[in-house]
Design a protein around this ligand. Sequence first.
Ligand code: PMT
Length: 412
Amino acid sequence: MFSAVQGKNIILGISGGIAAYKTPQLVRLLKKAGANVRVALTASGSRFVSELSLATVSGEAVCRETFPPADVPGTDFTRHISLGEWADALVIAPATANTLARLAVGLCDDMLSACFITLRPGKPVLIFPAMDGQMYRSASVRRNVATLVAGGCTVIEPESGDLASGQCGTGRMPDPEVIADRIRSSLQEIRRDSPLSGRQVVITAGPTREKIDDVRFVSNYSSGKMGFALACAARERGAEVRLITGPVHLATPEGVERFDVESACEMHDAAKPFFATCAVFIAAAAVADYRPEMPASGKLKKTEPEMRLLLVRNPDIVAEFGAQKQPGQLAVGFALETSEGLASAHGKLDEKHLDLVAFNTYDRKTSGFDVDTNTMTLIDRNHRETLLPTMLKTEAARLLIGHIEQLMDPDR
Ligand code: PMT
C-alpha cells in the first residue's frame, strides 16, 4: 500500500508546537512502510516531544545542533550538508510560525533549517503548519507561506477543529495517517501505463452554497476531502485533472488545475465547457438540489414572525453529463442517503446514465461528510456491487480510480 515510501530517505523536521506529540506515531508509520527516517528536531520542538522517543522509534540519533560534539568517535562533521543531500523528501510537521519565518528568509542555524537549504533540487518539501488559528491567519504567516509555496514547497493547509488555545478554528495538524499518506503521494511516481494517463478527468468536490441574501446561504457539511483525494489519485495515474470545488479549506493537490465556485449554478457553468473533451467526469460534490428562487440583496430584516423560502431546482450536473456523454466517456457519481441508500444508489445509476456509483454509508463518525475515512459500495453499470471496508478517503479514492481504469476502453 505504501510502496512509494519503501526504501526512501525521509527527514522529519519537528518544530515547537503541541502537535509534536503526534510525531513518534508518524515516524512509526513511515518506518513500518519501509522508509528510512531521520529526525531534525528544533530546540523548541524538544520541549514538546522527547529526543529519546524519536530516536527509539526511528532507530537513529536525533539531529539538533549543526555543530556536533567534537569528542564523539565517528561524528559526521559535515552532517549539516550530508543529511540534506541524503534525503528523498523533507517533511516539516508541525511547522510553527517561527519555523515558517526562518525557512522563508533562509536562516540556517539548526539542523532543520540546514536540511531545508541543502536538500537537493526537485526533492519534495512538505510543510504542515500547526498553530493557533489567529496566528495562522496573520499577515506575516500568510506572507511566509506564500514565499515558501513560490519556492516550490507544498504547504498543507491545517485542519479545523479544537485548538490547544481552547478555541475552535483552523490550525490543527492532520493526524499521522493523513500525513503519511500525503508523503506517499508526493513520492509516488506518476504512472504512464494507466489508461488514464494523458486523459482529461473532471472532478466536482465539496459543498455548494445557495444564497438566501448577501450574508446567508443554504449548504451542507461536505469538506471536499473525498473529491480532493480523487484528484490526487487520478493525478497519480497520469491524468490531466480539473477539480471544480465549492468552498473548502483544502490545499490544491500538486499538478491539478483548480476552479473555485460557490453555488450549484456556478459549478455547472465551470464544468460544462469540459463535458465534450473529458474522458471521465466524477461528481463527488454534494451539490444542493435546490436554491432560493430570489436571493435578497443586502441582509433580510427580521420583521415577520415567519419567513417562507421558495426553492427552485438546480441543474443536475452529473445527470446532464450522463445524458450527453459519447461512447468512451465515463460518468461517475456518488450517492449519499440517510435511509434506503443502496436501493436509491442503484436508481441513480440508471436515472443519471452513470457508469459507476459510489454509495457512501453515512454515519458522521467514520464515513460520509467531513471525516478522513469512508465506507463505500461501488456499483458498476451492470449493477454489480463491490463493498469497500472503512478506510482513509485517500485509499478509497485509489481503489475507485482503479475501478474506473477497468471500465475504460484501453483503445481510446
Ligand atoms: O466532501 P467530504 O466531506 O469528503 O464528503 C464526501 C461526500 C459524502 C460529500 C461525497 O463522497 C458524496 O457522497 N458526494 C455526493 C453527495 C450527494 O450530493 O449525493 P446525491 O445523492 O445528492 O447526488 C448524487 C450525485 O449527483 C452525486 O454524484 C452529486 O455530485 C451529483 N449531483 C447532485 C445534484 C446536482 N444538482 N448535481 C450533481 O451533479
